[in-house]
Design a binder for this molecule. Structure first.
Ligand SMILES: *[C@@H]1O[C@H](CO)[C@@H](O)[C@H](O)[C@H]1NC(C)=O
Ligand SMILES: *[C@@H]1O[C@H](CO)[C@@H](O)[C@H](O)[C@H]1NC(C)=O
Ligand SMILES: *[C@@H]1O[C@H](CO)[C@@H](O)[C@H](O)[C@H]1NC(C)=O
Ligand SMILES: *[C@@H]1O[C@H](CO)[C@@H](O)[C@H](O)[C@H]1NC(C)=O
Ligand SMILES: *[C@@H]1O[C@H](CO)[C@@H](O)[C@H](O)[C@H]1NC(C)=O
Length: 502
């Protein structure tokens, strides 16, 4: 299969004004990692095969009727060799994926599933044999259902011990070949979106929040995530780090934030939003405690670290994982946020009104690259310039609309330019991962929208993959045949045989 045979010439038009300085792959450090990402539930399928037991994501997606679920998804479980080959052809330097806890340890704790273990060993071996660096996420929304049923998952401190034991198995079994571990995917949004007045996974029909402890749950779940993360980091340090020499990190969902006006009020509102959306997780990791503004605002609703916990959490991340899609202007109005109709409470706690910069709808998703540059600058300045990996960034488009996804290639290019600017200004950013390597089952858009650089035909039993223009753009950027000249936009034009749309 020659995936790029249908794409040819790139015509680059240079526009007069310049946001991005000229750059090529070679303007990034040699050991900077350019990659692409997926997650277990969204890519693997094989939801009940070879000893895997259900996760909360299976339960929730089965509430939808029909095939609107990840039962098969991309069938990555069976097609991983083909996908690794596509990655190699694309020139990916790194692949981010997650480990399904309930595939590896079906009951959540105890017995290891040999076939699950073998799958991940094979996948990692396949990546390594193609020179692709694995960047592994341990938790990507897919708690074993048994642990949700037994004690409510992340809302209960019992998760700390179970998560640490799960991490122990992963470090022990895969740590020879995996050097980059992200403990929890977008921990901030996970806590906001799944607890409090968010949508709790693993219940069908969904749980009724009027009876739950809406006001404290988000912060308790977040607290337990920090404790579970740091407990696993501690274990890594004691048992594995000397020998395996890897790094462990936590990832947050990072909104770009900027004051709506230059008034003092909007500036302080922005600082509050930064404290809640970044400081909530990053301040404990750096200094061992929550931001003062959160403590003052939330009082007894915010859990307190014991002295021992504070010591354990402080310094427990070797890097910060950034998941970034949207940017907002912040204004000092005590109104519920526009961010989403659920999880109003968290945004009401911030006490600010967020207005999207650019269109952030799933079908019309504008690039706002200065938002990411601002995030990288903020993290550098406020949290002692930690190493950063951008673990997700990408553009949704209607699934199957076209293989010629020029707007996606332009989007990715603009954000890579923002990363380049930030690095030039001293940010210790070490990697950038496009979400997603191929079309996936999506949390919000299901199969309606996709982010992939490869198209997947989800009606085809073989789940046939076809490269989009963005894949070819990325290849060209990575192999140095595409220079991003001083320009705002790049126009990619296809000159080829065959149809231009699906
Ligand atoms: C949720 O609980 C409230 C109060 O008990 C009740 O009025 C409401 O109908 C319930 N909603 C659902 C969807 O069950
Ligand atoms: C964003 O795009 C969607 C889809 O094209 C459109 O319906 C919506 O009005 C746009 N919103 C804004 C704020 O421009
Ligand atoms: C570059 O870094 C300096 C020092 O942190 C900061 O003052 C400045 O605002 C940064 N520039 C940009 C464009 O972020
Ligand atoms: C997807 O696969 C189905 C079933 O094999 C086929 O009928 C359809 O034409 C394919 N769609 C595209 C866009 O290739
Ligand atoms: C670089 O990538 C382009 C696709 O953008 C491809 O056509 C070309 O063959 C690649 N060149 C090398 C030397 O790998």
């Amino acid at each position: 299969m020659k995936p790029f045979s249908q794409f040819f010439v790139f015509v680059v038009t240079v526009s007069a004004t310049s946001y991005i300085d000229a750059f090529t792959r070679n303007d990034f450090p040699n050991d900077f990692l350019f990659g692409a990402a997926t997650s277990a539930y969204q890519w693997e399928g094989a939801f009940d095969e070879d000893g895997k037991s259900p996760s909360v994501w299976d339960t929730t997606s089965h509430c939808d009727s029909g095939s609107n679920n990840g039962d098969i998804a991309c069938d990555g479980y069976h097609k991983y060799k083909e996908d690794v080959m596509l990655m190699a052809e694309m020139g990916l330097e790194s692949f981010r994926f997650s480990i399904s806890w309930s595939r590896l340890i079906p009951n959540g704790r105890g017995r290891i599933n040999p076939k699950g273990l073998l799958f991940y060993k094979n996948l990692i071996k396949e990546l390594r044999s193609h020179g692709i660096e694995p960047q592994v996420t341990l938790y990507h929304y897919d708690l074993p259902q048994s642990l949700e049923d037994e004690y409510g998952g992340w809302i209960n401190r019992k998760i700390i011990e179970d998560f640490t034991a799960f991490a122990d198995v992963c470090f022990r079994e895969f740590g020879e070949d995996v050097k980059l571990w992200t403990k929890i995917n977008e921990a901030t949004l996970f806590a906001i979106g799944s607890y409090g007045d968010g949508m709790r996974y693993g219940h069908c029909p969904p749980m009724n929040y009027s009876t739950a402890n809406v006001c404290t749950e988000t912060y308790i779940a977040g607290h337990n995530m920090l404790l579970a993360h740091s407990s696993a980091s501690n274990l890594y340090k004691l048992k594995y780090k000397t020998k395996q020499r890897g790094s462990v990190g936590l990832s947050i969902y990072a909104y770009g934030l900027s004051p709506y006006t230059d008034s003092k009020d909007d500036e302080t509102a922005t600082e509050r939003a930064e404290a809640f959306l970044f400081g909530w997780m990053l301040k404990p990791l750096v200094v061992g405690d929550y931001p003062d503004i959160m403590k003052r605002t939330l009082g007894s609703r915010l859990p307190v670290f014991s002295e021992e916990e504070s010591k354990q959490v402080k310094g427990s991340s070797d890097f910060v994982g950034v998941v970034h899609y949207n940017t907002f202007y912040v204004t000092n109005r005590p109104a519920p946020s526009l961010v989403t109709s659920i999880n109003k409470l968290f945004f009401a706690d911030i006490g600010a009104y967020l207005i999207a910069a650019g269109n952030a709808s799933l079908f019309e998703f504008d690039a706002v690259p200065w938002g990411l540059e601002g995030i990288l600058q903020h993290i550098k300045q406020s949290y002692n310039n930690p190493p950063i990996y951008i673990l997700e960034n990408g553009k949704p488009m209607k699934h199957g609309s076209t293989l010629q996804d020029t707007p996606r290639a332009e989007f990715i290019q603009a954000y890579i330019g923002a990363v380049h600017n930030a690095i030039t200004n001293g940010s210790d950013t070490r990697g950038y991962f496009v979400w997603s390597m191929i079309d996936l089952y999506e949390l919000i858009g299901r199969y309606m929208t996709s982010y992939g650089m490869y198209y997947v035909n989800f009606s085809d039993p073989g789940r046939k993959r076809s490269p989009k223009l963005s894949a070819s753009w990325y290849t060209g950027f990575l192999n140095g045949t595409i220079d991003v000249a001083s320009q705002d936009t790049i126009q990619l034009q296809r000159k080829c045989s065959g149809s231009s749309s699906l």
